[in-house]
Design a protein around this ligand. Structure first.
Ligand code: COI
Length: 356
């Protein structure tokens, strides 16, 4: 990760902090934002100098392309504070690479590495008091890029804004998560943008997810668009199935997000000799395993949710419950991963990055 101090970052401090009014024990995910944000404009064919300014509304013309053609990508990252007040990021290089991969697919100009890391670190230092100590507390970081050029001609913008906003967080999901296996709607198709963190990938899920909610599910497990016979990804997470003692997850491809938590779990699984089969996951195999009692777990992985167990699922009108395990892989890997993130365990793979 590059950290080149030659990039100037203009910092305009907020006149006062709202931190004292925040109830950090009762945070609703993604609702509270810190005092400052990073903003950087793309103009005249180049990214200009990043700025840190007080968090607040931005002004865009109603014809800005992001509103009409959805030219927008984002990332999700987290910062953690250890017991000696050091601040850590988890595999930030991966987020940086992925936002540019997503940007490329949406015809958005790539953001420079120095700008990203220098601005992010400057912002985190300014917001250090918003990162609370303690297992489970984090600062959720949302970098995003939008096309700001006014005009409704359907073509890529020539001006953009790259911004980073930060939100103190505890857990993403509260309570049990039940999922519905999709039988009709699709999240992504071959040759599409499923692998990218394109804003539209998430917006397009809201309607089918609302329908699933009416039936008592919190999320959908998306099946492949062609046959709906293979399980691919959950709405905000990658997905793992445990049959017996083996984990199965769909391989990444142009329909599936290359999740950082997903690949970290797979690396940890190798270390602990837990088999992960990366292959297509037929719906029927999971139904059969559920009926035979060999389906032990389903869990999702993602930055916001970390590792989230699924308590049951529905398919073709039938409800399936998953057993409650005292030795679940979901809790095992969540604990291992979080201990690395919070500097409570050895970082064998060099995943932790100190903000200094
Ligand atoms: C994340 O896990 O960081 C994501 O980007 C998912 C988001 C929809 C909360």
């Amino acid at each position: 990760m590059k950290n080149d101090a030659t990039i100037d970052i203009d910092i305009k401090r907020a006149p006062s902090s709202k931190i004292d009014s925040i109830d950090f024990e009762n945070l609703k995910f993604g609702h509270t934002f810190t005092d400052h944000m990073m903003t950087c404009d793309y103009e005249d064919g180049a990214w200009q100098s990043p700025k840190i300014v007080p968090y607040g509304p931005i002004s865009l013309e109603p014809s800005a392309k992001v509103f009409h053609y959805g030219q927008a990508v984002f990332e999700g990252m987290k910062a953690f504070k250890d017991d000696s007040d050091k601040i850590w990021l988890f595999r930030p290089d991966e987020n940086f690479k992925r936002i540019n991969k997503s940007a490329n697919r949406l015809a958005i100009p790539e953001f420079p590495e120095e700008h990203f890391f220098n601005a992010l670190e400057a912002l985190l230092k300014l917001e250090k008091d918003w990162i609370k100590k303690g297992f489970g507390n984090s600062l959720y970081i949302r970098p995003f890029v939008i096309a700001t050029e006014p005009g409704v001609l359907a073509s890529p913008g020539t001006t953009y804004k790259f911004m980073i906003i930060c939100s103190p967080a505890k857990s993403y999901y509260n309570g049990e998560v039940r999922v519905k296996f999709s039988e009709k709607y699709s999240r992504a198709a071959d040759g599409g943008v499923g692998f990218a963190k394109a804003a539209g990938n998430y917006g397009a899920q809201f309607y089918p997810t609302n329908l699933a909610k009416e039936e008592g599910y919190q999320q959908i497990i998306w099946t492949d668009a062609n046959t709906h016979q293979f399980l691919e990804e959950a709405g905000t997470m990658n997905i793992f199935f445990r049959i017996g003692d083996t984990l199965i997850t769909s391989p990444t491809n142009d329909r599936i997000l290359d999740g950082i938590t997903r690949k970290s779990l797979m690396t940890l699984a190798k270390e602990f000799n837990i088999t992960v089969e990366e292959r297509r996951v037929p719906v029927q195999e999971i139904i059969n395993a559920s009926k035979a009692g060999t389906l032990k777990e389903i869990f999702g992985t993602g930055t916001a949710a970390v590792i989230n167990p699924i308590s049951g699922f529905g398919y073709q009108g039938e409800k399936h419950e998953l057993p409650k395990l005292s030795d679940s892989y979901a809790s095992f890997f969540k604990d291992k991963l979080m201990k690395i993130q919070y500097n409570l365990a050895e970082d064998k793979f060099g995943w932790r990055h100190l903000v200094s």
